[in-house]
Each structure stands twice: as C-alpha cells, then as structure tokens.
Design a binder for this molecule. Structure first.
Ligand SMILES: Nc1ncnc2c1ncn2[C@@H]1O[C@H](COP(=O)(O)OP(=O)(O)OP(=O)(O)O)[C@@H](O)[C@H]1O
Ligand SMILES: [Mg+2]
Length: 312
C-alpha cells in the first residue's frame, strides 16, 4: 500500500529574496516563491537563469549571499529536513565501481535506512526504474539514460516528502520520459511535493499544477496550469469601429496587442479581465462581434513571458 507523507502543514518550499553572487556574477538575483505540500511545481527558465543554483541553495549545497530559504518548515540545509527530501542533481557522479544495487544500498544507509526496510526498498526501486535485470552491473558500464534511471531511484529511496528533480529526463528515451511522468504522478498522489526543473515543457505541462518562470535569477511570473492543458491566456476579438487610439488604453490589462483587419489579438494574465476589456472597447464606440480564446501551449507561454531570445 502506498505510504502517505507525514509533513506538517508547512510549505514544502519557501524562499524570500534568496540571492546568490559568484564573485561579481549574479546567479540568483532575488528569488521569492512558495510551493505547497503535495504540489507539483515546475521551475522554468532559460539556460543560466539560476535554476540549478536556486536548487542547490534549497539543499544547503550552496550558501546564499542573502535572503531566506526554508524546506518542509526547516531552514535550508537542515539535516532533519534533508532526511525527508529526495534529490536528483543536474550533473551527478556516483562511485562508478559500485553496482546499481550497491549504490542504492549505500545511499539508503546514508539516509539511516537499514535491515528489512532497506532490503525491501532497493529491489522495489530497481524494478520501478527498469534496472532490475542490471542490478549487478557496475555503474561505469551504464549508459547515460541508465545512469539517469539509477539517479531517480536514489532520489526516491527515503519515500521523501519533497522531491527535487533537476532535469530528470535528460538523456532518457521516450519510455524513460514516460516513466518520470508516471513517477511524478505517483509521488504526488502519495502526498509528496515535487519541484521540477525541466526544459521539456510538454512534460511539465502534463505533470505540474503550477509553474514559475524565472529569468536572470528572479521569478517573473507564476501560473497555475489547467489539468486539461488549456492554458488560454490569449484572445482574439472581432469588432467593428476599432480605432488605433483605443489600443494604448488596453495596456493596463493586456500584452502583445495587435490589430489586423478589424481583429484584435492580445494576451492577458487572467481571463478575469476580459469583461472589463469588452466594456472598455464598447464604451469607446467599438462593435464587438466575437471573442475567441486561443489555447496556448506551455512552450508558447514560455516564449511570450520569457522572450524569444531566452534572455541569456
Ligand atoms: N560555481 C559557480 N561559479 C560561478 N558562476 C556560476 C557557478 N554556478 C553557476 N554559475 C553561474 O550562475 C548562473 C546561473 O547558473 P545555473 O546553473 O543556476 O543556471 P540554470 O538556470 O540551472 O541553467 P541551465 O538551464 O543551463 O541548467 C550562470 O550564469 C552560471 O554561469
Ligand atoms: Mg541547471
């Protein structure tokens, strides 16, 4: 039977103005975010945005220059909290003379697991990640995707309350990617929070409840994702008598405003502002015939929010 998480009501992750400088280089400018228990949270941003550095600060592997970070109600890096966290690093090196089974036994002992608990858990995880037939093979003979799979198993050993995955699907074949998706779903239904760094937005879209977009070490926007993948925030309005001078007034609600052949297109933070936009257009003398939501993929949203150049 699946076990459930025992963590208190504290947020799984909470940061305020978290900051990291490497010399003069600002890796994380000012990160403020909160992840609830049991939530699957996507942490998205272009290369070099500060995602991995933020994760390392949460785990106490990098010392912040400023700000605060708490995980599961404890200060980041606290040993008690680390026992309840599973972590798959972006780049990891395991002792490659160990076999897959030995590695999990070793990491299990580091988590304080022993006896029948550990000897039951290890084969269960090897089975889960598809490595049971290779349990006696040394890691030095593993392919990239096999290493990623053993890394995932290692991150789940302690039945964590919070799982932090930094690019978990890198190097995985389609079946492996599906496996990650299924694992995230299963861990969430067990009550664990999942914090996911990934550039594979299609996967984030189907697994996460909420996402934060980060750029230059700052959260520039957070969004809830709809379970059906319909994250409509762009709209088209077909209307007569639209005058160009009305467009500037729309900027208080909308971005990316364009007018072509009597058709207005724009995006909004929330569809709540649509009635106000229509009232505004009608008051300005426009005849509104049709309002059509445009369904954006997470990738479209990423480009719209972060910008096409990614901001490197
Ligand atoms: N140990 C370090 N010393 C100096 N600079 C660093 C160090 N680690 C990261 N940086 C710099 O901090 C910035 C953020 O790096 P980080 O690895 O957090 O980005 P990321 O968002 O995880 O990127 P990616 O999507 O490519 O994994 C980058 O400019 C990087 O060069
Ligand atoms: Mg990274």
């Amino acid at each position: 039977m699946a076990s459930t998480c025992k963590s208190s009501g504290s947020p799984a992750i909470q940061t305020r103005f978290l900051r990291k400088l490497f010399g003069e280089k600002v890796a994380v400018k000012s990160l403020t975010l909160e992840v609830s228990p049991g939530e699957a949270f996507g942490f998205l941003g272009p290369n070099g945005a500060g995602k991995s550095t933020s994760v390392k600060m949460l785990l106490g592997l990098v010392t912040p220059t400023g700000g605060e970070a708490r995980i599961l109600g404890f200060p980041a890096g606290n040993v008690e909290a680390r026992r309840k966290v599973g972590f798959l690093p972006e780049h990891f090196r395991f002792y490659d003379w160990l076999s897959a089974e030995e590695l999990l036994l070793f990491h299990g002992r580091l988590y304080g697991m022993a006896g029948s608990e550990l000897y039951r858990r290890v084969p269960e995880l090897l089975e889960l990640v598809g490595l049971a037939p290779h349990r006696r093979r040394r890691l030095r003979d593993f392919s990239k995707g096999m290493m990623q799979r053993i890394g995932l198993a290692q991150a789940l050993l302690n039945k964590p309350d919070l799982i932090i995955l930094d690019e978990p699907t890198s190097g995985l074949d389609p079946a492996g990617r599906r496996l990650v998706r299924d694992i995230i779903k299963a861990e969430r239904s067990r009550g664990a929070a999942v914090f996911l760094n990934s550039h594979l937005l299609g996967e984030v879209e189907v697994t996460c409840d909420r996402v934060a977009f980060i750029k230059h070490g700052e959260v520039i926007e957070t969004r809830s994702l709809q379970p059906n993948g319909e994250n409509a925030t762009s709209f088209r309005i077909r209307a007569g008598n639209l005058r160009p001078e009305m467009l500037a007034g729309l900027e208080r609600w909308a971005k990316g405003i364009q007018l072509h052949d009597g058709e207005l297109s724009f995006s909004v933070i929330s569809s709540e502002s649509i009635p106000e936009i229509i009232r505004y257009l009608v008051a300005g003398g426009a005849n509104v015939y049709e309002v059509t939501p445009q369904h954006l993929s997470l990738e479209d949203l990423f480009v719209q929010i972060v910008g096409p150049d990614g901001g490197l």
